[in-house]
Write a new protein. Structure first.
Lengths: 498, 429
């Protein structure tokens, strides 16, 4: 079992290195003044050379945000956030819109190389065979949009994708090059005033990715965005918008890391997906923001709104997430199943160790007839971690023949952590069928014994069992990411056993 | 209180006016208890749907109504259900009626609270949480009577019926009985409660139930008041080591039923079984809300709840299992299933696990759906008419909730309550 050998090695490495993405890039940065006010919103909009409608859109969001209260219903605890004590715009100083990778600051390229993210075309994702190696036979390349603090610094494979009519670029660029598409869809899935963090994001989002897959096109490679927070005292507010036109198909991956710091940094992203008739969007996340240290100091507050609209008949949106990072996670990737026979899926592994807290889950809104959804959530709590699955399945009166299946399982490692399940099921349709199952247990002694008896150490045995526990979710990830995710699980659980 | 004063204001005004005349008004401990409860109730009033625990049940019809006090009818005709057992305690409009009760020969004390408050002092308010449940606050503030049962150590109390009848005086009224049940070590009791009657009333009982080491209480409840009644009951139960509290509830009848149970397993190897069937037809709302605290190691809990909804009705199930850090080797299971029989019914379900101990086995399941078409087809294909096939399936679905009842008298009563509801649906259809 090569994956296991690899896993063991990773754990050994990890034991020595801890969070290995915690370095900081020393690069000259440009900041907006600290704090949040209308001028900052104007500043960001001006910096991006945005059209008037978008500035107004932002200002409306900001006005709404000022009237809103930070949500407190999640099972997470943190001190009050001073929204004025943060930079809302931080960008590496570089030429505006570098034309090619050669124009990108070498420091940035080095950073991404170190993170194992291939910006150079033809390179494959690191972590499988090491950065810079030649792609294996038949393995698909991955197009990457690299977002560094507040801006997108590079996007690969743009031309190749362009030949198929696919638009894959920074959202700030899309505002310039495809304003009609952005204007048509932006905020239609997550409106500006949707919630406190979405409103904040709508006011100050600085970059993110934009994807448009034209009618009938199957995107020839995985698209991905890699988010990196680097600067101190900044928040990252990116906005991603993916539109899959009729009959199209796209698989999109998202990764993220940040330096190790004692301060808490805020990440409040919004992701909007739109799937038209017969379109499929698969959205995978490997969330590895800095989780804070063993005493719970520092780490990212990850307050994210992700929602997809299955607008078309037979459309499908599938969310897969592996959540290992962040001090606090507040995230509910959801599906609005409008089109008849549309399908929503949510596969999640969330792991909390040390003092991490995660309150995550999904919402499935069944509106159209014969809509179907599947929810599989695996929560793992270790150390002092608190892990909550919070989900909603709502079946509207017209969703005849709708179907939902939900399974949430929790695993506890150690007796100082907590695992919670809070599902809401609301059904107004007689012909709908909803099933929900949840279990909580710890790693079975007999399984551990079995592994130990065969010579595995306690930690290896736990790793193996955890991977088995998560298998249903991991298999939904593209292969390279699945391997990466397995390793991450190991690292995240480090120090939690024995 | 004037008729114009509605909801919380009306009840608070009544408390202000009555507080020197309520039972126990000369007892400082009780005055303090009521006064504190009044502060909590004043601060919160009736919970709105913004309160998480009331997200799916709207108390606006209660909060907007003006309820008078029940008339003190000490005689006159009261229609009582046929007795199920030799011993029974009867309450009319929330007041104990020794003349209608038959308690002679019970092997333990069964007292009307209003007259024997001194006995109840150590137990009254020991478990209820008026600070967090406004309806318990309302009850504490205004209760006038109730039943106090005290089964001594090692005594088998046998079977006792608790009958609550509401007599329609032709105007809206409210009553808030407070029942205390205490089982000593290794004591046993089967308590069968029937709530009947009609009128536009609010029946807001609170139970405080203490089950000592090795004791066992089986508590059957049939909430069968008329479709004009608001029935909001809150049960607090505390179970010591190796004790058992079993609750079986059939809720079918009132316009609005809230069956809220808080059970705490506080000693090792304590057990709790909560089972119920709730049914609603046109214009009715049924809500079962349970909170189970596993606060000691090696405890077990089982919950099975069934909801059947017909017409324009709404059903709610909220069930929370909380496993404390010390509660290692907890075995908790909860299942709630809903059957929708109409296009206009709505079911909302929130099963919830909160777990802080690692060596546990906890699971919950929830299903929602219509009658299974395959099962229906199977029965039809064997020549069973549709109506009968449907009845068989509904019956089978509901009966599962009372399957584990061992006391034959109780089982018979619960089953009859289930079947009576279905018979009414069929008659109406």
């Amino acid at each position: 079992m090569p994956a296991v050998t690899e896993t063991i090695e990773t754990v050994q490495q990890a034991t020595e290195s801890g969070y290995k993405w915690g370095f900081e890039t020393d690069i000259e940065m440009e900041f907006a003044p600290k704090g949040l006010n209308e001028d900052i919103v104007r500043f960001i909009s001006a910096k991006k050379n945005e059209p008037a409608w978008l500035l107004e859109w932002r200002l409306r969001a900001f006005a709404a945000w000022k009237t809103m209260e930070e949500p407190r219903w999640a099972a997470v605890k943190y001190p009050p956030i001073d929204y004025q004590d943060s930079y809302y715009y931080a960008a590496p100083k570089q030429k505006v819109g570098p034309k090619s990778l050669d124009e990108v600051d070498p420091e940035l390229l080095k950073t991404y190389a170190k993170l194992g993210i291939p910006l150079r075309e033809q390179e494959i994702l690191a972590g499988v065979e090491g950065a810079g190696s030649v792609p294996a036979e038949g393995r698909m390349p991955i197009a990457v949009d690299a977002v560094f603090d507040s801006v997108s610094v590079a996007t690969s494979y743009k031309e190749r994708l362009g030949k198929e009519g696919i638009i894959f670029c920074a959202i700030s660029e899309a505002v310039q090059t495809h304003p009609e598409l952005v204007r048509k869809y932006l905020g239609t899935v997550v409106p500006q005033g949707d919630n406190f963090f979405a409103a904040l994001n709508s006011a100050v989002f600085t970059d993110g990715s934009f994807v448009y897959i034209p009618k009938g096109v199957r995107c020839p490679m995985e698209l991905s965005t890699y988010f990196r927070i680097n600067a101190k005292s900044t928040g990252q507010f990116e906005r991603t918008l993916i539109i899959a036109d009729e009959g199209s198909h796209v698989s999109y991956l998202e990764g993220c890391t940040a330096p190790m710091r004692d301060e808490n940094q805020l990440h409040a992203a919004v992701v909007e997906l739109v799937a038209l008739d017969d379109a499929t969007i698969k959205y995978s996340t490997v969330q590895n923001w800095y989780p804070g240290d063993a005493e719970g100091k520092g780490g990212i507050y990850n307050f994210v709104t992700k929602r997809g609209a299955c607008r078309g008949a037979r459309s499908k949106i599938s969310w897969t997430q592996v959540e290992t990072g962040s001090a606090i996670t507040w995230k509910y990737p959801s599906c609005i199943l409008q089109g008849e026979d549309s399908v929503g899926e949510f596969y999640s592994v969330a792991i909390t160790n040390n003092y991490q807290q995660a309150d995550t889950g999904t919402k499935m809104f069944h509106i159209g007839p014969r809509t179907r959804s599947t929810i599989v959530s695996k929560g793992i709590s270790a150390g002092h971690g608190q892990n909550t699955y919070r989900g909603l399945v709502r079946i509207g009166a017209k969703a005849h023949g709708a179907r939902n299946f939900t399974q949430c399982d929790s695993l506890l490692i150690g007796d100082l952590c907590g695992a919670h399940t809070v599902p809401y099921i609301e059904n107004r349709c007689v012909s709908a069928k909803v099933e929900h199952e949840a279990t909580t247990s710890r790693i079975a002694e007999d399984q551990l014994f079995y592994c130990r008896q065969r010579g595995l150490t306690q930690e290896e045995a736990v790793g193996l069992i955890v991977n088995g526990f998560c298998r249903e979710v991991l298999k939904e990830l593209p292969m390279e990411f699945a391997v990466e995710a397995q390793k991450l699980l190991q690292i995240s659980l480090e120090g939690s056993v024995g | 209180m004037t008729a114009a004063q509605t909801g919380a204001t009306g009840f608070l005004a009544r408390y202000e006016g009555l507080k020197d005349h309520l039972p126990g008004a000369r007892k400082p401990w009780l005055n303090q208890l009521r006064a504190d409860a009044a502060v909590h109730f004043a601060a919160r009033g009736f919970p709105t749907r913004r309160v998480e625990q009331w997200k799916y049940t709207d108390l606006a019809p209660v909060a907007q109504a003006a309820f008078a006090e029940p008339l003190t009818s000490v005689d006159g005709q009261v229609h009582l259900p046929a007795p199920l057992a030799p011993h029974r305690a009867v309450f009319v409009d929330g007041r104990f009626r020794p003349d209608l009760s038959s308690l002679d020969g019970l092997p333990f004390r069964a007292l009307g609270l209003a007259h024997d408050l001194a006995e109840a002092e150590p137990h009254l308010g020991a478990l209820a949480k008026p600070e967090s449940e406004p309806l318990a606050a309302l009850n504490t503030m205004l209760f006038e009577d109730g039943l106090f049962l005290d089964v001594p150590d090692g005594v088998d109390g046998g079977l006792l019926e608790l009958v609550s009848v509401a007599v329609d005086p032709g105007r809206p009224f409210a009553f808030h009985p407070r029942h205390l049940v205490r089982l000593g070590a290794r004591a046993r009791l089967t308590l069968i409660e029937t709530a009947t009657g009609g009128g536009h009333c609010l029946h807001n009982p609170v139970f405080e139930i203490e089950v000592a080491e090795g004791a066992s209480l089986t508590h059957g409840r049939m909430l069968q008041e008329a479709a004009t009644v608001f029935h909001l009951s809150t049960i607090y139960a505390r179970v010591a080591a190796e004790g058992t509290y079993d609750n079986f509830t059939v809720a079918a009848g009132p316009r609005l039923t809230r069956n809220e149970i808080h059970a705490a397993l506080v000693g090792p190897k304590a057990a709790c079984h909560m089972n119920g069937a709730q049914m609603a037809a046109d214009g009715q709302h049924v809500d079962t809300t349970t909170a189970l605290d596993h606060a000691a190691p090696d405890c077990a809990s089982r919950q099975t709840y069934k909801t059947v909804l017909a017409g324009r009705s709404r059903g709610v199930f909220q069930g929370r299992i909380h496993v404390h850090r010390v509660a290692q080797r907890t075995d908790g299971y909860q299942m709630n299933q809903a059957l929708l029989l109409s296009e206009e019914a709505e079911i909302d379900s929130k099963p919830q696990l909160e777990i802080y101990a690692d060596d546990v086995k906890c699971s919950h399941g929830a299903t929602v759906g219509a009658l299974d078409a395959d099962s229906l087809f199977y029965l039809r294909s064997r020549g069973i008419p549709e109506a009968q096939a449907k009845a068989m399936l509904v019956e089978a679905f509901l009966h599962e909730a009372v399957e584990t009842v061992t006391d034959e008298t109780l089982k018979g009563a619960l089953t009859r309550a289930l079947d009576a509801w279905w018979a009414r649906q069929e008659a109406a259809a």
